[in-house]
Design a protein around this ligand. Sequence first.
Ligand code: G6P
Length: 613
Amino acid sequence: MCGIVGYIGNKQAYPILIKGLQRLEYRGYDSAGIALLNDDKLNVYKAKGKVSDLVRFAEQQNINGTVGIAHTRWATHGEPNTVNAHPHYSQSEELALIHNGIIENYAVLKEGLKEHGYTFYSQTDTEVLIQLIEYVKKSNNIDLSTAVQLALNQVVGAYAIAVIEKGRPDVIVAARKGSPLVVGIGEDEFFLASDATPIVEYTDKVVYIGEEEIVTLERGKSLKIKTIGNVEKNHEVMKLEMTLSQLEKGGYPHFMIKEIFEQPKTLSDSMRGRVNIDENNITLAGFIDNKEKFLNAKRIIITACGTSWHAGLIGKYAIEEFARIPVEVEYSSEFRYRKPVINCDDVVIAISQSGETADTLAAVELAKSNGAFIFGICNVVGSSIPRNTHSGCYTHAGPEIGVASTKAFTAQVTVLTMLAMMIGKEKGTLDNEKYLKVVSELGKIPEKMSLILKQDNVIAEFAKTFTYAQNFIYLGRGYNFPVALEGALKLKEISYIHAEGYPAAEMKHGPIALISHEMPVVVIAPSAGMYEKVVSNIQEIKARKGKIISIVTEGDVVVSNLSDYIISIPDTEECLVPLLAAIPLQLLAYHIAVVKGCDVDQPRNLAKSVTVE
Ligand code: G6P
C-alpha cells in the first residue's frame, strides 16, 4: 500500500504532487508528506492524517520547486505520525526518499549503519534505506543512481522508491521490486506514480517499470532504465486507456455510490466483444488461446484475497456446474506459505482488482515455479499480476476508487461466469440449451441491475433503522453463500458493524444462538436455487424473533410475508443471481455507513491496494 508520486519538469511540482496524492489516497491515508527541490534547498513537509492535513501545513511553507516527490502512507512500521511519515531525510539531509513496501532485513541493516555513526529518528524501515543509500554513496563517492543500485543489492523485501538529492534539481531516481511504479512521459517532463491515476491528466504515454529495475528521470534527457544487477534495459511506451472523468465523482457524494451505480455500464463493458447476444455466443480470447490447458486441467485452483476471493467462490460454483472440473479456492496468503500441492496439469486462476496484491502475486509466482498454467483476472491494465501470468482476461470495470470493492466484484463474477461457460461448452459438459439460456440472460443483466438501483431511496430509508446494530448476520445458499460473505464484508468494512456471512443451513450449528429481536439477519432468498430450503431457514430465524431483511425475486409472497424488510430483484438464471443480489447489499452497507457518518470511501485502517504481506 502507500501511494507515491514524483514530478520533474518545467511546472511547479507542488500542485501536481498534491493532486496526485489525492488520487492515490485510496492506497493509504494515515499520514502524508512531500519533498521539493528548490534552488539549493531540499524541503520536506509532513503531516499526520490525510492529504488535506498536509496541504494545510505545507501551504504555510515554501512550496516552490519544479522537482519533487510525495507520499501518502498506510503504516506498517511505526504508528502513523509526522516522524514516521515519508519522505525521510538521510542523515546529512542531502537526500530524501519515499517508499511503498517493506524492507524485511531493515533491523540488520540498521545495526550496521548505527556502527557507522548513523542515527535514526523514526521507527520505519524506510529511514534505514535512505541512510543506507547515503552511506553507500558517500563511502564510494558515487552518483545517486549507482548508490541506489548498490544499496538495493543489500535489501531483502519489497519496494517502490523515489529519491531526490539536494543540489541536483535535474534528477529523480526511482526503483521497484514487488510494488508498482509507472512513469508518465510528458513534454520535457516526467511523472512518477504508484499507478497511472495521477498521470492521466497530463499525458497518456506511460512506461511500466519492471521488477528490480531502476529508472533515472533526468531533465532534458530520455528515460534511463537499468536493473539492480546493472544491466541496461529498453523500455516500451504504452498508451493509457483511462479517462479523467473515470477518476472523478461525477456529482455523486462518494466514489462508492458512483461505482455502485456504474455497474450496468461496467458489466456491459466486461461483456463487450465477448458476449454476442445476436449470435448467442461467448468469446474470451485469453481462453481460446490456451484452450487445451483448460480442457486438460485435472483441477483448477483459484487464488485471491478479500472481495476477489468471494468472486472466486462464485467462480467455483459456476466452473464445477458447467465444466465439471474440481475447483479449489484459496486465500493467497495461506496458499503461498502452506506448501500446497501444485501440478503441471493444474490451472491456477489469480483474481485481483488492483493486480498488485502482494500475496496474490506471490501465489502466482509459486504456482508458476511449480509448472502450473496461470490465468489472471484483473481490473487494472498493465498491473503486476497480468504481467506475471501466462494469459488472462481483464474485467474492464474501469478505475475503482472507493476502498470497498463493488463494480470490480460484479465484473469479476461476470468474467468467471463467461469462462466457466466457455470451458463447459468446449468440453461438452454444458448442454446447448442451458448455454443459450445463460448467454441470453447475461445480456439482460445490465438492464436488470438498473431496475434494482431504482430502489436506492427505499434502501436508504430503511438503512436508518439499523444504525443501532452492533452485529449483522448474512445468509445465503449455493451461489448466494459467497454473496452473503461479500455483503457482510461490505458492511463491516465501511460501517464498522460486525457482520458475518454463513451458508443459511449452517445457522443451526452455532450462529442461531445469536438470534434475538435485536439481530438483523439479511437473507438472500431468490426463487432460483434452493428456495424452499431457505424458507425453512428463515422460519427458524423468525421463530427466534430475528429482524429479517430479505432479497427476494419480484413477485415473491412466502419469504416476503416472513420478512420485516424486502428488496426485490428481477428473476434470472441461478448462476447469475449473485450479479443482481450483490447490488442491494452494496447499497444497504453504503447507506448504513452514511447514516452513521462513516468515511465511506476511505474506511479506517484499510487500503485499496495491499502491496505488503
Ligand atoms: C484490499 C481491498 C479489498 C480487496 C482486497 C484484494 O483488502 O480493500 O477491497 O478485495 O484488497 O484486492 P485485489 O486488488 O487483489 O482484488
